[in-house]
Ligand binder design. Structure first.
Ligand code: FAD
Length: 474
């Protein structure tokens, strides 16, 4: 089934959830100024899926069209369609679509649970399919929580048990889990949170090797939202002062599991080290790969803002600045091309099409470098004003409004208010959580580089050089 954004919001309004913002429990969470932008963003994923056929494929599992982000990819074309959907979402929202990690979890758990059952004769895959059918039929929004708080990173999980989500009780009808996940994008506004481990484990650490699905209203789950200066700005209100008033920046939360009961039907891996390794490998390549297309969409948004700023300042004919816009276009297309290449050169794993691991990880590395460059270009084009401008409230003030109106006017083709909207949008891009999100979301560049070192056929490269310069081969 495909529901509309409005239907998603109505369903969300019916849930009881324990959500905290700035130390206070939120009652009408859907309309809270720090949560509403996330709800608006997720609503857009629903409305856009209804407009484009490629974003709502036919699922044989349920015999109807479903959201592309709840679909199990079978071919390179499936992955490419997902990338196009996410690039468009990133460009239109200028923020996270929040359902991306759910898609990665679905496409990681599908093959991993199948492998697990073939190896051990268990029925985890069947359980997973039951939930997946419900997700597809009800058009649920799903997220995935991997990152544990970890505590002292020098310790193994057993020495810092509470810092990793772990089983505290095994019952006949399910398990009880405790711990916390940090940095979780939009988890409080989803229907289903997939909970996967943050890392692989060694023998003896099986109690942490679990994967399951939580529902945000499960008893004992508490969401504590991030609180940057940007969130404070949202609470302050205004029509355009926040820069991206409808969709905001990337809003995350800490998810606390205080003795949460999870029925066996929602447990997909229980104390199996290999299955967890498979899930994490699948997830990492899936998420890093789509990150290229997602960053392309973000860069598209920043490119649009840069070009508007040039015009609003009357600088659109300056070759040195126009060249910066050209570079931004190049970064966007390169990031997108890596995703497309990885999809095309991907591989089949237990009924799922996964991207090429080397290319997916290089997408992360190049994407982050490109993102940095683009923020630099945007800052260069915009001048200092995104971090020095008066506010929307000054523009509307009876005392100083006329001065702001006069002195912030530039090109006659843009009113002061229009120019200030562009300035605030650029302030949002340069100073919000986006840069750190691009760097660390989906795993830090260091993690991708470790994969690249492991996966690259360095010997073949060495041998080619040896052939070329006449060195003896081993
Ligand atoms: C905006 C944003 C949104 C996010 N959304 C989600 C989400 O929805 N779901 C989710 O599960 N996670 C999410 N993350 C978390 C993200 O995956 C982590 O930030 C990332 O994995 C790094 O973990 P950390 O921040 O805890 O870094 P830390 O563990 O605190 O490490 C700090 C730095 O040291 C490096 N480092 C640590 N140990 C080693 C080592 N042994 N070798 C080499 N380098 C090391 C890390 O790579 C990192 O660069 C999000 C992060 C951000 C910033």
């Amino acid at each position: 089934m495909l529901i509309s954004g409005k239907e998603y919001v109505e369903r969300l309004s019916g849930y009881e959830r324990e959500i905290y913002v700035r130390g206070e429990r939120v009652e009408d969470f859907v309309n809270h100024p720090n949560i509403k932008p996330v709800v608006n963003s997720i609503a857009m994923t629903y409305d856009l899926a209804k407009k484009r056929d490629g974003y709502s494929p036919y699922s044989e599992l349920v015999g109807e069209r479903v959201n592309r982000l709840n679909f199990v990819n079978k071919t390179p074309e499936d992955l490419i369609a997902r990338f196009d959907y996410q690039r468009e979402l990133s460009m239109r929202l200028a923020t996270c679509n929040y359902r991306c990690t759910g898609s990665d979890a679905i496409n990681s758990l599908f093959p991993a649970t199948k492998e697990l059952d073939e190896r051990l004769g268990t029925n985890y895959h069947e359980r997973f399919l039951l939930l997946l059918k419900e997700i597809q039929k009800k058009d649920y929004a799903c997220t995935a929580a991997l990152t544990d708080t970890k505590g002292d990173r020098a310790k193994r999980p057993k020495e810092a048990r509470d810092m990793y989500v772990h089983v505290v009780e095994k019952r006949e009808d399910g398990i009880v889990v405790s711990g916390a996940k940090i940095h979780q994008s939009g988890a409080f506004a989803a229907d289903v949170n997939f909970i996967l481990p943050t890392q692989t484990f060694k023998e003896g650490e099986e109690e942490f090797a679990i994967a399951f699905a939580a529902k945000p209203e499960d008893e004992g789950i508490k969401f504590v939202l991030q609180n940057t200066g940007y969130q404070a700005k949202f609470r302050e209100g205004g029509e355009f002062e926040t820069g991206n008033p409808l969709y905001g920046d990337r809003i995350t939360c800490t998810v606390i599991f205080d003795n949460v009961f999870i029925p066996w039907e929602r447990v997909f891996v229980f104390e199996d080290l290999k299955a967890i390794r498979n899930i994490l490998t699948n997830f990492a390549i899936s998420h890093r790969c789509v990150g290229g297309a997602c960053k392309a969409g973000f860069v598209d948004s920043m490119t649009g803002a840069a070009n508007l700023m040039l015009k609003a300042n009357g600088l659109e004919k300056v070759p040195a600045l126009r060249q910066r816009v050209g570079e931004m276009v190049g970064v966007s297309e390169a990031a997108y091309a890596i995703s497309i290449g990885a999809a095309t050169k991907g591989y089949e794993s237990y009924g799922t099409w996964l991207p090429n691991p080397l290319m997916a990880n290089s997408g992360k590395v190049i994407g982050v470098e490109g993102f940095n460059k683009v923020i630099m270009n945007l800052a260069e084009i915009a001048g200092g004003i995104p971090v020095t401008a008066p506010s929307e409230f000054d523009l509307k003030s009876p005392e100083v409004g006329k001065y702001v109106e006069k002195y912030l006017q530039a090109s006659p083709n843009f009113s002061t208010e229009e120019r200030m909207k562009i300035i605030k949008f650029i302030e949002f891009w340069i100073t919000s959580s986006h840069l750190l999100g691009a760097i660390h979301g989906g795993g830090s560049p260091a993690a991708a580089i470790i994969f690249l070192q492991m996966l690259a056929d360095l010997k073949a490269k060495e041998d080619a050089v040896k052939d070329a310069i006449g060195l003896k081969k081993d």
